[in-house]
Design a protein around this ligand. Structure first.
Ligand code: ATP
Length: 123
């Protein structure tokens, strides 16, 4: 029996997530680093708003990495040989990941540094 179109699309999207997680070292690094703010958030009792901000920024970085990988695949297919535009396209996609990561670090610092300082100063 054929699956409904929505379930099929969900299956394709899930396959993409499994692909990027199992094949991309950078995605594995992002996922490993993600455990740091999650554990800090639990330990330092983040508020609901802070959790929303943390999850949004983590999601932003992970989504950028998925899109970066998709662009790399498409560029490799369209231009397996060296071409300035192919290089530019990959650099731009990687730049998006870097930008999202820098914003994530900044937001993490804004949330956790005051909490850590208060923890250190507390008797
Ligand atoms: N076809 C190409 N033409 C010109 N430059 C390229 C080409 N492919 C890759 N490059 C250059 O090499 C860099 C690294 O590309 P590569 O495909 O190895 O991605 P990567 O950064 O190693 O990503 P990942 O580690 O996620 O696979 C690109 O950012 C780009 O500057």
């Amino acid at each position: 029996m054929r699956q409904p179109a929505f379930l099929q699309a969900l299956g394709h999207a899930w396959r993409g997530l499994v692909d990027v997680t199992t094949t991309q070292k950078n995605m594995q690094r992002h996922l490993a680093i993600t455990s740091v703010p999650l554990l800090l958030g639990l330990w330092l009792s983040c508020s609901l708003t802070e959790w929303c901000l943390l999850l949004l920024t983590i999601g932003l970085v992970l989504c950028c990495e998925v899109i970066n990988t998709a662009i790399e695949c498409a560029v490799d297919l369209a231009s397996p040989e060296i071409h300035p535009l192919a290089g530019r396209s990959k650099d731009l996609a990687a730049g998006a990941v870097l930008l999202a990561s820098m914003i994530a670090v900044l937001i993490g610092a804004l949330i956790f540094v005051p909490k850590l300082l208060a923890f250190i100063k507390s008797p």
